[in-house]
Ligand binder design. Structure first.
Ligand code: HSE
Length: 429
């Protein structure tokens, strides 16, 4: 019989527990798939006595993480999380000790991925991360191994289930952002620090990885523009619907003639297009792969079973000897991304203002837009409040983002406009 693949698991939370359970309960099926037994060699987690909802008393516990990285396991599965600290130390030591690594840690890879890929290559081992982006959706494998022939023009995705759940619930109930966030936290969708979800950081971590695979660049988290959903109001969501759109937090990576446009941004997507119909905690990714056309991937982006499914897929790949380049090409071939200038971002924009209900206000706002070269496609003014404020919404024709920002600065400085305005790009794909 082929030699078993010996697996060390670091972290026995939701995903670690799922992986341990699947390796035991699906033993013979996974043996058949992997061509050799998959054996848990060691487990390390913070508290051995903690009730984790399944019997883990017979698992081979290690005393510390160092034992995992230096012991006799073939693969270390890192499920601790965190951009640096113990997770990073474990992965560095494991790779240096010629152990394959499987991780779900998007923050670590978004920040240190290029260096870790070089370390894995130098030591002739695999570093796999299917579970780090979009949970159970096999998007890492698709970008690394399948969509190669025609290159990739763009990757757009809903990559954070918490944000998608919040936006979906705000639309369904009209409830405010903070109430729905509390609900999402209760349901266990949010990260330990929900600021990473709602601020767009988690989506940006995942986008860094997908864009590295798609465009052959280093993940380089720092050069991604990031905006979250915390300023989206039920009012904006309602207007989006009236115009036939839905607001989604998208991670977008797009090749332009002047460089790579990578951003995380609340975006209005047209109803009836694939991303608009993704609801609740689901994730989805649309990949434009040259002449091969667009491909849509959708599924569960978090939770025990979907994430376990992705981790097990990586383990089985390693057992089969499929240890290809971490980001789909040699680490030395990954270039530093050249960020596209912001004026490469051209689209129609949704603009919302609160302005005094008095004659001349509309013409003043549209005058400032015209001065910035922005043409208005349609407009709604809601309510009547002489002496008070009304809401004004405008949809522009296609225009570059910097022109909109310039115009909004002038408009917000007007004594007829109250509070901050809002701009949201609109996508029809
Ligand atoms: N907090 C993440 C989400 C979990 O909401 O999608 C998986 O990264």
């Amino acid at each position: 019989m082929a030699r078993p693949l010996r697996i060390a698991v670091a972290g026995l939370g939701t995903v670690g527990g799922g992986v341990a359970k699947a390796l035991r309960s699906r033993e013979s099926e996974l043996f058949a798939r992997a061509g050799r037994p998959l054996e848990i060699a060691m487990i390390a987690a913070r508290d051995r006595r903690k009730d984790r909802g399944f019997d883990h008393t017979d698992l081979p516990w290690a005393d510390d993480l160092a034992a995992l990285a230096t012991g006799d396991a073939d693969v270390v599965v890192e499920l601790i999380g965190g951009e640096s600290g113990p997770a990073l130390r474990l992965v560095e030591t494991a790779l240096s000790n010629r152990k394959h690594v499987v991780t779900a840690n998007k923050a670590m890879l978004a920040h240190h991925g290029a260096r870790l890929a070089t370390l894995a290559e130098k030591n002739g081992v695999a570093l796999k991360f299917e579970a780090a982006a979009a949970g159970g959706i096999p998007i890492v494998k698709a970008l690394r191994e399948s969509l190669l022939a025609y290159g990739i023009n763009a990757v757009r995705g809903i990559l954070n289930g918490t944000c998608n759940y919040i936006l979906t619930r705000m639309e369904a109930t009209g409830a405010a952002f903070s109430d729905v966030l509390a609900e999402a936290q209760k349901l266990g969708y949010a990260e330990a620090d929900p600021a990473l979800d709602i601020g767009g950081g988690d989506t940006a971590h995942k986008l860094a990885l997908l864009s590295a695979l798609a465009f052959g660049v280093q993940p380089d988290f720092g050069s991604i523009t990031v905006e979250g959903i915390d300023t989206i109001t039920p009012e904006d969501i309602g207007f989006a619907k009236e115009f036939g759109y839905r607001i989604k937090l998208l991670g977008i990576a797009r090749a332009t003639a002047q460089g790579l446009d990578r951003r995380v941004q609340p975006t209005m997507v047209k109803l009836g297009t694939p991303l608009a119909d993704v609801e609740g905690p689901f994730n989805a990714v649309v990949v434009h792969a040259g002449e091969a056309g667009p491909f849509v991937f959708e599924g569960r982006g978090a939770g025990e079973a979907p994430t376990t499914s992705a981790v097990i897929a990586d383990i089985v790949d390693i057992a089969r000897g499929s240890n290809g380049a971490v980001f789909g090409r040699a680490a030395s071939a990954l270039s530093r991304p050249v960020p596209a200038p912001v004026d490469a971002r051209v689209s129609p924009y949704y603009l919302r203002f609160h302005a005094l209900d008095q004659p001349g206000v509309l013409s003043e706002i549209s005058g400032h837009l015209a001065n910035a070269g922005i043409s208005i496609g349609s407009m709604i003014q809601r309510g009547r409040a002489p002496g008070g404020t009304v809401v004004i919404v405008m949809i522009t024709h296609e225009c570059p983002e910097p022109a909109v920002r310039r115009a909004l600065k002038v408009i917000e400085a007007s004594d007829k406009v109250r509070g901050a305005s809002r701009m949201i790009p609109m996508e029809a794909v």
